[in-house]
Design a protein around this ligand. Structure first.
Ligand code: ARG
Length: 570
């Protein structure tokens, strides 16, 4: 009986004791102090308000009822001012382990999301600009959310919403067109990096914006030469995007829509805003929605030179996504600096009565900065994603060389550990916090890190590799008694499903990451204090092996939802 069952059992006990009342929302949580049991509920405290009765009276009635009807509970404790703590029976835990191990592929999966499509937008690279460390968070968090949604039966659709439209491309076009022969030749040889250099140099020119606007206006109006150059730049940049995505081991994208793909949808939206009186035309010819009264400033849809804006493209995007995918939710993994932008987008879309606005959410995240000097020398002042990955893998290889010099496939493992460390560092923090990435911390084999969890997994696997065939018969005797640590470890290992549910509630992968860390910590404690292979009682040995299988399976599944590979040896 895990959380959901326990919740049902409590509701049923309430109905049996207090009749068919509307049951208020109550919680079932894991007590911080493990001595207080596997779960605790505040149901009686909440009911006390509804029933105008003392919580301790309610608790007394409920606990007797729960005890009588639920043999899966070993112990029910009443704690003033009105909490109830539950300890699950060992028998129940043992039966559950067996259930998981008989069907390992299904572990952690559910059908909760069946029939629901969720758009997840992340890794929104901009054309001709190198993917940098700022894109890492979007990519890593977005990918983890997509994987987790998939595991619960949702139809998660990923999109990159590539930045390929706007004045900045006008600047690039302008710079490219006036580049001399030598520069053009260099660009041909190494297009991606050279375009970036070109863009950066052009931006230093005080006329860049003006000329850029003019070139972009031409592009938007369909100028053949500009279109051709632009198309070529998009292609080069998409290759780069694919390269970064595969380096990071991201799932492949379902959509590769660029902002430009909404080009044809924009005019109708502008007309609509004007017709509905939502927007007005200024004397200079711009189209704006005045949101000053709501503290959201002016939302500009069309600039005075007639060019479309980023905001207008986002309006077209919501409309497209709702019409094309009929999403249940539409998520944008974008850093917190754009929260004002998304407030404007959602508000204007609401004024236009677009469908899907209330289901659209800016899943924002804070900054990740690297300690200064760390790898900045390699790529000028922007730290490229590539350099961060290289560094992570290089450092992982060094650590492995020291810890396990004879390891086979050391390079493959270093890749998994390095990229895993990078991802885990990001994912283990609350996405809303600003974080400073620290190499030593992220790559340490101790503490709340990716390598620690991977290492724990590899250790558990190495025990399992040493077992003989007769050991791994997966029926667990349900009569053996568990000691307190064993009991806690089983209960913790079985919580994967409910942790995933919690992590998805507000799209917080850190909930899953921290669960895995606590599970790994407990597993290490167990491993150091309990013999497994040396255990002489066969039933106990069998149980401990099953427990280790459960924990290893749970760690690997959980890591995979975070997009992290777990090497079998490291
Ligand atoms: N490319 C944009 C930028 O670099 C981010 C895009 C965010 N997504 C969106 N739908 N607006 O700022």
């Amino acid at each position: 009986m895990l959380r959901a069952n326990l919740k049902n059992a409590i509701s049923e006990a309430i109905r049996n004791k207090f009749g068919d009342i509307a049951i208020p929302e109550f919680s079932v949580e894991i007590p911080e102090n493990p001595e207080h049991g596997d779960y605790a509920t505040n149901a009686a405290l909440i009911l006390a308000h509804t029933l105008k009765q003392s919580p301790m009276e309610i608790v007394a009635l409920l606990s007797v009822e729960l005890e009588a009807k639920n043999p899966e509970l070993r112990k029910i404790e009443v704690v003033p001012p009105g909490f109830i703590n539950f300890i699950l029976s060992d028998k129940e835990l043992l039966a559950r382990i067996e259930g998981v191990l008989q069907n390992p592929d299904e572990w952690g999966k559910s059908k909760d999301g069946q029939g629901k499509t969720v758009m997840v937008e992340y890794l929104q690279l901009n054309i001709a600009k190198r993917p940098h460390v700022g894109h890492l968070r979007s990519a890593v968090i977005g990918d983890a959310i997509k994987r987790t949604l998939d595991s619960q039966g949702y139809h998660a659709v990923s999109d990159t919403h590539v930045g390929d439209w706007g004045t900045q491309f006008g600047i690039l076009l302008w710079a490219y067109k006036q580049a001399d022969k030598d520069t053009k030749k260099k660009i041909e040889e190494d297009p991606f990096s050279q375009l970036e250099v070109l863009y950066q140099t052009a931006n230093k020119d005080e006329n860049a914006n003006e000329f850029g606007k003019a070139e972009f206006a031409k592009l938007e109006k369909g100028d053949t030469e500009n279109r051709k150059i632009w198309q070529w730049m998009v292609e080069i940049s998409m290759e780069k995007l694919e390269e970064s995505a595969s380096r990071l081991g991201l799932l492949s994208f379902d959509e590769h829509k660029g902002e430009s793909s909404y080009e044809n949808d924009m005019p109708a939206i502008v007309t609509l805003t004007l017709e509905k009186g939502v927007a007005k035309k200024t004397e200079e010819g711009a189209v704006i929605v005045d949101l000053e009264n709501e503290g959201l400033d002016q939302a500009i849809l069309v600039k005075s030179d007639g060019a479309s804006t980023y905001l207008l493209r986002d309006l077209a995007t919501i409309k497209y996504r709702k019409e094309h995918w009929n999403f249940w939710k539409n998520l944008y993994l974008v850093d917190v600096r754009q929260s004002h932008h998304f407030k404007q987008v959602f508000r204007v879309a609401e004024l236009l009565r677009f469908e899907g606005v209330n289901e659209s959410e800016h899943v924002e995240y804070g900054f990740m900065s690297l300690p200064t000097g760390a790898i900045s020398t390699r790529a000028g002042n922007i730290i490229s994603l590539e350099a961060v990955c290289d560094e992570a893998i290089h450092r992982a290889r060094e650590v492995i060389k020291e810890k396990n010099p004879d390891l086979e496939n050391a390079n493959v493992v270093a890749h998994k550990v390095g990229i895993g460390a990078l991802k885990y560092f990001d994912l283990s923090h609350n996405r809303r916090s600003d974080i400073i990435f620290k190499w030593d911390e992220a790559l340490s084999f101790e503490g709340n890190t990716g390598p620690y969890i991977q290492y724990t997994y590899a250790r558990l696997k190495s025990i399992l590799r040493k077992t003989t065939d007769q050991d791994v018969e997966h029926s667990v005797s349900n009569t053996i008694g568990l000691d307190s640590l064993e009991h806690r470890l089983v209960a913790a290992g079985l919580r994967l499903g409910e942790t995933i549910e919690d992590a998805l509630e507000d799209f917080m992968p850190n909930i899953l990451a921290n669960y895995l860390y606590n599970l790994a910590k407990l597993a290490n404690e167990f491993y150091h204090s309990h013999p497994v292979l040396q255990e002489s009682d066969p039933a106990k040995k069998q149980f401990r092996l099953s427990l280790i299988s459960l924990v290893a399976l749970t760690l690997a599944k959980g890591l995979s939802l975070l997009g992290i590979d777990a090497p079998e040896e490291m």
